[in-house]
Write a protein that binds this ligand. Structure first.
Ligand SMILES: O=C(O)c1ccccc1N[C@@H]1O[C@H](COP(=O)(O)O)[C@@H](O)[C@H]1O
Length: 214
């Protein structure tokens, strides 16, 4: 299973988190976020990482030229669209970044809202489901109603996000079957400062799940 730890701001934490077992790291390119990082900061973090770690820039309602520039300048392998980007926007982004993973995040409010995911699967590589919050775009620590996702099985891989922690991951994965998980505020001390003990505890919980499934 892919494990993405998002909202990294310090290069030394990226290396530590990758060594603990993360397969992807996320960098917030949304200027209003307390976890925002510049291109220079991302480049410094990415330069130190093994090549098998996916490096994902998180954007919200940015333009295609802005996204292109940041991806090229910082050496990101993927883009997460966390705003109100349309399927058409994803299609055009795909044309300009054919080799970069495109992840469309949807902030799910209801079971009906889940149907909108089918509008995107043709144009993106991966979906990501996060909880809806009326004031904040992401990094809210709010969980989704996992029972709503028990039957969710889209035609492309997907990440479960939203308020995941080392303490609730076992319960979440007993109800839902995503291709990957994405955590931010649940493994940090303050916004952007990851708590390596919480990250280590998360990987311990994931190992326990693996052992139980054998
Ligand atoms: O983390 C942020 O500050 C952020 C800002 C703008 C868009 C997305 C953001 N984070 C994403 O939010 C989800 C869930 O976070 P949490 O685990 O509930 O804290 C995650 O996908 C982050 O990439």
């Amino acid at each position: 299973m892919r494990v993405k730890i998002c909202g990294i701001t310090q290069p030394e934490q990226s290396i530590a988190i990758a060594s603990l077992g993360a397969t992807a790291l996320g960098f917030i390119c949304v200027p209003t976020s307390p976890r925002y990082v510049t291109t220079l900061q991302i480049r410094a973090a990415v330069a130190e990482l093994p090549a098998n770690i996916d490096t994902i820039g998180v954007f919200a309602n940015a333009s295609i030229p802005e996204i292109n520039q940041i991806v090229v300048d910082s050496g990101l392998t993927g883009v997460q669209l966390h705003g109100d980007e349309s399927p058409d926007f994803c299609y055009h982004l795909r044309q300009s970044l054919p080799k970069v993973e495109i992840i469309k995040a949807l902030r799910i409010q209801s079971l009906e809202h889940l149907d909108t995911t089918t509008d995107y699967t043709k144009y993106v590589d991966t979906l990501l489901l996060d909880a809806y919050h009326s004031q904040q775009l992401g990094g809210t620590g709010k969980t989704l109603d996992w029972t709503m996702l028990e039957q969710f099985s889209p035609s492309c891989p997907w990440f479960l996000a939203g308020g995941l922690t080392a303490d609730n991951i076992v319960e979440a994965l007993s109800q839902v079957n995503p291709s990957g998980i994405d955590l931010s505020s649940g493994v940090e001390r303050t916004p952007g400062d990851k708590d390596l003990d919480k990250v280590a505890k998360l990987f311990q919980s994931l190992e326990n799940i693996e052992l139980l499934r054998r």
